[in-house]
Write a protein that binds this ligand. Structure first.
Ligand code: ADP
Ligand code: MG
Ligand code: MG
Length: 251
């Protein structure tokens, strides 16, 4: 599904290398988690995959179902089925949440040569998905994320994901700042989307989320590289011992 090979990324603004050879392959149907100390490049990886400005890929490749992601515009990546739930969801004043979701969905359908969804069908679908995430009608009408609490913003990211039904979902610290109940809702939203044709990359600081979203594979990222890969037990090791032991071991 997602194949990253020897990815090297510099900042455009200053001469600084952030990613120093990332190799990662996420198969359809699998959930991969990335953990790692602050500043190791986790968010940078997700930004580069989604096509955000400000980064320069100096080496390596990233493909989605064999298609070169790095050659695509951000909206083409989305239409191809890539989704990123942001660590810091953006507020969009003046654009109603529901309008935003419908516009995004229809833009993707159009890019794939599919028909628009009717207003009635859309409304029914969104209301049902919102209900599962305990997002009320009022939040659907308000401008995107404006005045939403931290937890509401994160749940709203999961609603976007549920509506767009991407093939490859990347969640960047969607659990940070959430109380236990909100985190469970987020995890349920992710688990509801798990299926044999969809891949997940879940970036998290905490094992806690992974109690609810059981990963197939856990990676540790440090200093712009994936330094260790294992099963769910690796996340428990981090929880119990921190990163120091692992970093010493791989150094
Ligand atoms: P993580 O998500 O693992 O905490 P980031 O990808 O956010 O790490 O950051 C990796 C490193 O790159 C950090 O040292 C961070 O300060 C630096 N960095 C990322 N983006 C920028 C930027 N736009 N300007 C300056 N430094 C940046
Ligand atoms: Mg961070
Ligand atoms: Mg980050």
């Amino acid at each position: 599904m997602l194949e990253i090979k020897d990815l090297h990324v510099d900042l455009e603004e200053e001469t600084k290398t952030i990613l120093k050879g990332v190799n990662l392959s996420v198969e359809a149907g699998k959930v991969h988690a990335i953990m790692g100390p602050n500043g190791s490049g986790k968010s940078t990886l997700s930004y580069v995959l989604s096509g955000r400005d400000g980064y320069e890929v100096t080496k390596g490749s990233a493909t989605l179902e064999g298609e070169d992601l790095l050659e695509m515009e951000p909206e083409e990546r989305a239409a191809a089925g890539l989704f990123l739930a942001f660590q810091y969801p953006v507020e969009i004043p003046g654009v109603g949440n529901m309008t935003f979701l419908r516009t995004a969905l229809n833009a993707q359908r159009k890019a794939r040569g599919e028909d628009e969804m009717s207003a009635a069908d859309f409304l029914k679908m969104v209301r049902e998905k919102a209900k599962n995430l305990k997002i009320d009608a009022d939040m659907l009408k308000r401008p995107v994320n404006v005045g939403f609490s931290g937890g509401e913003k994160k749940r709203n990211e999961i609603l976007q994901m549920a509506v767009l039904e991407p093939k490859m979902c990347i969640l960047d610290e969607t659990d940070s700042g959430l109380d236990v109940d909100a985190m469970k809702l987020v995890a349920q939203g992710v688990n509801a989307l798990r299926d044999a044709d969809r891949g997940f990359l879940v970036i998290t600081h905490y094992q806690r989320l992974l109690d609810h979203i059981k990963p197939d594979v856990v990676h540790i990222m440090a200093d712009g590289r994936i330094v260790k890969t294992g099963g769910p037990e690796l996340a428990l090791e981090v929880e119990n011992n921190g990163y120091a032991d692992i970093l010493t071991e791989v150094a």
